[in-house]
Design a protein around this ligand. Structure first.
Ligand SMILES: Cc1cc2nc3c(=O)[nH]c(=O)nc-3n(C[C@H](O)[C@H](O)[C@H](O)COP(=O)(O)OP(=O)(O)OC[C@H]3O[C@@H](n4cnc5c(N)ncnc54)[C@H](O)[C@@H]3O)c2cc1C
Length: 442
């Protein structure tokens, strides 16, 4: 972890902005260790750009790979098996890792304010800070939000402990019948199979509309309904929740459903601190971006993943898109610095999807076709594990390249300030910055 020693209010840029310097290091700052930035760092590790310094700011050194979260809830994976090791990835990519939380962007000064750390100056900034469960339902502070997904796991572990420690009946509710809500309800039903079969624990899935999941074709919806019923999940359609209380939930049509614990898997909302950033935001507070994933009103700011709102067409908030956008981001950050043409992000119209069904079974849908089976789950499992391994095992494959990048930065600096005592302190700072990921990686 990088500790910052600068006083609050000062900003840190290293020493790359010396006036006599013909090719100063450009600072690319990545805020948030989401799926997009992980994909971007992976590409950077394979082919870094000379003359640019990359910094990742993330409150955690590991990020959850959401596609595997339902599998972990169901008990198929350990917690440690579904994480991307961000700090290690930074180390391989020759990037700095700063454990911190951003809370403000000063567009004029080109600085990001970090909680408890000195401000961070940037030449290019990218936001991949995800989204949170929407808390607009009255009483939603009583519910467990599924987002951020990393925190949900802790809540789930506590809940399981509570179920193991007591023999009293329990009614669990999942509000939101999207893909995430269906996966979550089935994963919970599978993990608590014994208690659900005996009737001690009930799982309720509450959906505002009739379709479940709403964006799935008919055949896939039928398969989802069959699996939910097989796992004894109680489904409530056309039930728009308007209030959550300690006793249960109320719908806008006056229905009351008694529940002991409620999980929120409804639509998502943007981080509130972006409201003060001066960036152009959509109606829900997400950053409006052009097809190149740049903020529509500032070509130096990029946004990807759930926090981005593509102005050309709506894109589902899904890791699939976040990962693809991360690859486009890599190309476009480079292209901006190299003054080359940028590449647009073209979301696929038909995105085949695999939905986990609690047990080691999955539903494949690629409209209008759908299929279900254990083979599909194993396919998804293999694909996910391979993807995580490609990120987490990158160290061995590219270590030499990382160190050669480090060495190049050292050489650049010594060439610019040969024996100049005025810059000795700055030089030491650069060397510390460059080395920090190597020093702190596990
Ligand atoms: C149960 C469930 C299952 C899902 N399954 C799938 C699936 O199978 N396929 C699929 O495509 N999608 C799936 N999704 C959707 C998927 O989770 C999201 O679309 C995806 O996580 C978005 O990734 P992201 O890169 O936008 O950000 P995230 O992965 O959400 O990461 C954001 C990161 O930013 C960090 N951050 C937040 N605020 C700050 C700050 N102020 N400063 C610094 N860092 C910050 C957070 O700590 C976090 O690490 C699922 C979602 C759920 C809830």
């Amino acid at each position: 972890m990088q500790e910052r020693s600068e006083p609050r209010g000062s900003s840190h840029r290293g020493d790359n902005s010396h006036p006599g310097n013909h090719s100063p290091l450009k600072d690319i700052v990545l805020i948030g260790g989401g799926h997009s930035h992980a994909a971007m760092l992976q590409m950077w590790a394979k082919n870094p750009l000379r003359g640019a310094r990359l910094t990742l700011v993330s409150p955690q050194s590991h990020t959850t790979y959401s596609d595997m979260l339902p599998g972990m809830i169901a008990g198929h994976y350990r917690d440690s098996e579904i994480h991307i090791d961000l700090q290690r990835l930074c180390h391989v990519a020759g990037a700095r890792f700063i454990r911190a939380c951003a809370h403000h962007i000063d567009l004029e000064q080109k600085k990001v304010a970090l909680l408890g750390q000195a401000d961070l100056a940037f030449d290019l900034l990218s936001l991949d800070v995800g989204a949170s469960s929407d808390r607009s339902i009255s009483g939603s502070e009583l519910a467990i939000p599924v987002k951020p997904v990393g925190q949900f796991h802790r809540h789930w572990e506590q809940l399981k402990q509570q179920i193991d420690d007591s023999y009293r009946p329990l009614r669990l509710g999942v509000i939101g019948g999207g893909v995430g809500g269906c996966e979550l309800a089935m994963a919970m039903a599978w993990a608590l199979e014994e208690q659900v079969s005996s009737g001690r624990v009930e799982i309720h899935l509450i959906q505002a509309g009739r379709k479940l999941p709403p964006n799935y074709p008919l055949l896939a919806r039928r398969l989802v309904a069959r699996e939910l019923s097989r796992l004894k999940v109680h489904v409530h359609r056309n039930c728009r929740v308007c209030e959550i209380t300690r006793q249960g939930i109320h719908s806008d049509e006056g229905q009351f459903l008694p529940l002991d614990n409620v999980m929120l898997c409804t639509s998502v909302s943007a981080p509130p601190w972006l409201q003060q950033s001066g960036l152009s935001l959509d109606a829900r507070g997400f950053v409006r971006v052009d097809p190149y994933m740049r903020a529509v009103d500032n070509p130096l700011i990029f946004a990807t993943g759930d926090v981005a709102s593509l102005c050309t067409r709506p894109v589902a908030k899904a890791s699939l898109h976040a990962l693809q956008q991360g690859r486009v981001l890599y190309r476009n950050l480079r292209a901006t610095l190299e003054k080359k043409p940028l590449k647009p992000y073209r979301p696929r119209w038909l995105s085949p999807h695999l939905l986990s069904c609690g047990a080691k079974r999955a539903i494949f849908t690629g409209s209008p076709f759908a299929a279900i089976g254990a083979t599909l789950w194993h396919w998804k499992d293999r694909r996910n594990r391979k993807f995580l391994a490609s990120l987490n095992n990158l160290v061995a494959a590219t270590t030499d390249k990382t160190y050669s990048l480090t060495e190049r930065l050292r050489e650049d600096h010594w060439r610019r300030y040969p024996g100049d005592p005025e810059h000795t302190g700055q030089r030491e700072q650069v060397l510390r910055d460059v080395d920090v990921s190597r020093d702190t990686a596990k």
